[in-house]
Design a protein around this ligand. Structure first.
Ligand code: CA
Length: 470
């Protein structure tokens, strides 16, 4: 009886909401699935079981690929945290609004964040009745106007800045006003809603607990939900508890052992979230996406093999990430897809299937992946994926088909051209031999980049806001 009522009320909302908002009713069938995006931080391409990792078992993360789709060519929009998240959260290339670098965490600067005229995924989903929660790292501005609960989320448990210590005894500063040195904010307490709170457990476990609680509570609500579970693990500092470290006594290198423990804690959390979905009978109603925000870092003992490069570079190792998606009964199980997909596609997909109407003034840059995953179309469109680091053309990349033109700080002269089909590790520059391909890609990139804005805020480490004059 209760179930029938819930189903009826959802149908009712689907038909009425666009009408009430003054838009035409969406013509395609609207399913309004719940959405869970599990985003890890600086996890290497190779550091999940489904991409061949052997020293760190990730059985629960692997379940998402086993019971859904594994994307071997899954990308993010930048090789560092902030811009990558801004792209994922808005479904638009973040350079369109000048989010070109990691932002300063200065809480007094309202310009640091996703501009208010851009919409976050939570703001979009709110228009069609979703309840949303973010658990974990925000990094999209610390000024009150950019607080997640002012950017579409109904609930928030986590932190505003780009990183945090993991052990409860390291989390003690009450607020930004206690920050007197660079990086002190890694010691700040967490935020529950708008309140500062300490924790008495390992940070990753605290996030997993909050996520499970939200899934359990959501089962009592009629509305669909969106959970953005943005673990900061396995981003530095490398810190883990004995519970997880003891699983990896076989790894001699202490840094790799600690990193493995951190990934293993995330994997436990993913398992608990999937279990909660199952227990509440929500698995078939929930699209779960797993990915990392950028490639593994040189600082966290990660592995991006066999890819070249790492966090901070537009080589494949910086922007190609572990990426899997599950929606039982709707998308196939155990399928491997090699067409390039990108984090931008997450919002484009959920928008299409939840009835979100997108303003033509700010079109999404991703595409709905479901027709492809359901086999209704044979391949994804032969689109170009594009990247720009910073505000100029010194660091950029563009991929179309198997071709990739890339320029990083490692390049002494111009960009290099690679065919990823037979040069996955980007070792052989074919730019001279395939001059026309390189020139065409370069031209296309210039055209795309002409639509982007210069960086709109002070970047991390480039200001000293904590040196207050009183
Ligand atoms: Ca990151």
């Amino acid at each position: 009886m209760e179930e029938e009522f819930v189903m009826l009320s959802r149908t009712f909302a689907v038909v009425l909401i666009p009408f009430l908002l003054g838009h035409a009713v969406a013509s395609t069938a609207v399913e309004r699935p719940n959405l869970i995006v599990i985003l890890t931080d600086d996890q290497g391409y190779h550091d999940v079981g489904f991409n061949g990792c052997e020293d760190i078992p990730t059985p629960h993360i692997d379940r998402l690929a086993d019971e859904g789709v594994l994307f071997t060519n899954g990308y993010v929009t930048e090789s560092v945290c902030g811009p990558s998240r801004a792209g994922l959260l808005t479904g638009r290339y973040q350079g369109r609004f000048g989010f070109n670098d990691n932002p300063s965490v200065d809480p007094s600067n309202p310009d640091i964040g996703i501009p208010l005229e851009e919409k976050t995924i939570a703001e979009h989903l709110k228009t069609v009745g979703y309840r949303s929660k973010i658990v974990g790292k925000w990094h999209m501005g610390s000024h009150p106007q950019h607080h997640p609960m002012r950017r579409g989320f109904d609930e928030f448990f986590g932190f505003l800045a780009g990183g945090r210590h993991y052990l409860p005894e390291e989390i003690y500063l009450d607020d930004f006003s206690d920050v007197t040195r660079n990086w002190d904010w890694y010691n700040m307490k967490l935020i529950d809603g708008y309140d500062r709170v300490g924790i008495d457990e390992y940070l990753t476990d605290a996030f997993s607990n909050e996520a499970v609680r939200f899934v359990e509570e959501s089962a009592k609500h009629r509305e669909p939900f969106f959970l953005y579970l943005a673990y900061n693990a396995p981003h530095g500092p490398l810190e883990a508890t004995e519970k997880y470290l003891s699983r990896f006594s076989n790894i001699e290198d202490l840094e790799r052992r600690t990193y493995a423990a951190m990934v293993s804690a995330v994997d436990d959390g993913v398992g608990r979230v999937l279990q909660a979905l199952e227990k509440q009978g929500l698995s078939d109603d929930t699209l779960v996406v797993f990915l990392s925000d950028n490639g593994g870092s040189l600082k966290n003992a990660s592995s991006n093999e066999p890819l070249r490069g790492h966090k901070g570079r537009l080589w494949e190792g910086g922007v190609r990430v572990p990426f899997a998606m599950r929606w039982p009964g709707t998308i196939p199980q155990g399928v491997v897809r090699e067409d390039p997909v990108i984090s931008l596609d997450i919002l484009a997909t959920i928008a299409e299937h939840s009835g979100v109407l997108i303003s033509p003034e700010r079109p999404l840059d991703g595409i709905d992946l479901l027709p492809y995953l359901r086999g209704e179309v044979e391949a994804l469109p032969n689109r170009q994926l594009t990247w720009r680091s910073g505000s100029d053309a010194k660091r950029f990349a563009i991929r179309q088909g198997d071709w990739k033109l890339v320029r990083t700080v490692d390049h002494e002269r111009g960009p290099s051209l690679h065919n990823l089909a037979n040069d996955l590790s980007e070792q052989r520059d074919l730019g001279t031999r395939e001059f026309e391909t390189a020139a065409a890609l370069s031209e296309d990139w210039e055209e795309w980049a002409s639509e982007l804005e210069p960086t709109a805020f002070p970047t991390l480490g480039k200001d000293k806001w904590w040196l207050r004059s009183e």
